[in-house]
Design a protein around this ligand. Structure first.
Ligand code: NAD
Length: 486
């Protein structure tokens, strides 16, 4: 008898227990050599007072088994601040979320027959999902968008490796680098720098809004799309819509050590306990798990059984036409486990020809890079102010007089309003006040600190940013309307 592979299974919330049970039944019926270890996370755990929604026993189980099949998790209102999903992704550094979609025979969509078959590789732990938020004034809140070079390298490398492993011709990198040059631009630069290592693959950058547009107009042009966390969240819901909806979209959260497989969808609470949810996404997530564990043969059997079931016109009620229950759909999949792939009559293994098997999760060099030359250029001080920009400007000019720093400009929500260039944005009580070195002066740490304390004596400041040059390149962007002159 084959050694059984231990897998942590988390039923989750809402429709989770039903679709997870369906996937488990199918894998057991297919003879997958898996030892399930049930663990808890989500709403009930939050309600017991565990602030993360993930108990220690679950963390220990995942750390031990390193393979997880997971249902959707809810964060009940009034309990816990952070999503249990994000906690799991961050705790086990599952840095990439791989979300394949493809057309299924028997699931009619406006795109049927066009061969949609693509994978969104979403960065999974950084970006706005770091969840670093601050209320700045009563009227203004901020969320920090943190993007790292190692994070971009890991996800780019994984996207290229996945394209190669699946025999797909290319990778598109979707970013908003045209607006967020330093953060979104980091992924673009890392991706473009890595592309020459994969001369067999076509690598291209696409602006993310155009990517959304192109996905709706001509989705068949895409094979692999790598993107930042927030963009990937949105684009991958869009791509599931191309093939019949969230009920058909599986995913894998991949890290160097741990892989968590789950449907893209959430807990769909209105369908919970009604035996109507579509278990396809969860069963296909389990197929991804089987392949990741090297169980290709049983993975193919389960996948073909799902395809054959759908192709026979059997589906749950999220697809138009006569529908069956979750249980009946699962029974129908189990009945077809022995159907030969050729007899499945479904879309087959997809345009790429084969599904990835045990994707090597790349390790990248994450030792911090250092700049040869790093120069302190000044500071941005964010100040609460409800008077006129000119009054604040005059006050700050007076504070900086006689110091090595001068007020270069002030912006309000990113648009320069002082000195005035005639822009008339509606103003909020939150100004970014940029101080740069006076000509010939090189400000010191002490200069910054005394400037900030002098400002603090007269104004309410919220946060401060150090402005730096890295090897001669400006490490901060200009405000809308600001010129580059010193
Ligand atoms: P959702 O995915 O639960 O539901 C959106 C809609 O999609 C549902 O109303 C339903 O019509 C449909 N749908 C989704 N899955 C389906 C399925 N398997 N079968 C049939 N129809 C299906 O998204 P939501 O309503 O935004 O979120 C509900 C809860 O789930 C929230 O608490 C959210 O935080 C959580 N959530 C969890 C995860 C996760 O655990 N990975 C992901 C997304 C949302």
């Amino acid at each position: 008898m084959t050694d059984r592979i231990p897998v942590t299974i988390i039923p989750g919330d809402g429709i989770g227990p039903e679709v997870v049970a369906a996937a488990r039944r199918v894998l057991d019926a297919a003879g997958a050599p898996i030892e399930w270890e049930e663990a808890e996370a989500g709403a009930a755990v939050f309600q017991r007072g565990v602030a993360s929604g993930v108990p220690d026993e679950t963390i220990a189980s995942i750390a031990r088994n390193r393979l997880v099949l997971k249902g959707p998790l809810e964060t009940p209102v009034g309990f816990g601040e952070k999503s249990a999903n994000v906690t799991l992704r961050k705790l086990f550094e599952t840095f990439a979320n791989v979300r394949p979609v493809r057309e299924f025979a028997g699931v009619p969509t406006p795109y049927s027959g066009r061969g949609v078959d693509l994978v969104v590789v979403r960065e999974n732990v950084e970006d706005l999902y770091a969840g670093i938020e601050h209320q700045q004034t009563a009227d203004v809140a901020q969320c920090l968008k943190l993007i790292s070079r190692p994070g971009c390298e890991r996800v780019s490398r994984l996207a290229f490796e996945l394209a190669r492993a699946e025999g797909r011709p290319g990778v598109a990198c979707a970013t908003k680098a045209n607006i967020m040059k330093l953060t979104e631009g980091m992924l673009k630069r890392v991706f473009e720098g890595m592309a020459p290592e994969y001369p067999d693959l076509e690598a291209r950058h696409i602006v993310v809004d155009n990517c959304a547009h192109q996905l709706v107009r001509r989705p068949e042009q895409f094979d692999v799309i790598v993107t930042t966390n927030m963009n990937g969240d949105i684009l991958s819901d869009l791509t599931s819509g191309l093939v019949g909806g969230l009920g058909f979209a599986p995913s894998a959260n991949l890290g160097a050590d741990v892989a968590i497989f789950e449907a893209v969808h959430g807990s769909a609470p209105k369908y919970a306990g009604k035996d109507v949810a579509n278990p396809t996404a969860m069963i296909l997530s389990a197929v991804m798990l089987l392949r990741h564990a090297g169980l290709d043969e049983v993975a193919a059997r389960v996948e073909h059984a799902v395809e054959a079931t759908l192709a026979a016109g059997i589906h749950t009620r999220d697809v138009l036409g006569e529908s069956v229950s979750t249980t009946a759909f699962t029974d129908a999949v189990i009945e077809r486990l022995d159907a030969a792939p050729a007899a499945a009559g479904a879309a087959g293994p997809g345009r790429a020809g084969r599904r990835v098997r045990q994707l090597r999760v790349p390790r990248v060099d994450d030792t911090p890079q250092t700049a040869k030359e790093r120069v302190l250029a000044g500071t941005d001080v964010f100040i609460e102010w409800s008077g006129s920009p000119d009054e604040l400007g005059a006050s700050l000019e007076a504070i900086a007089a006689g110091t090595p720093l001068r007020l270069k400009m002030m912006s309000n929500r990113g648009t320069m309003v002082y000195p005035s260039r005639g822009a008339q944005p509606s103003l909020v009580d939150h100004y970014r006040c940029r101080f740069l070195a006076r000509d010939g002066a090189q400000p010191t740490e002490a200069d910054l600190v005394s400037l900030i304390s002098a400002i603090g004596a007269r104004h309410m400041w919220m946060h401060v940013e150090r402005l730096q040059q890295f090897d001669g390149a400006r490490g901060y962007t200009l405000a809308q309307g600001e010129d580059n002159a010193r």
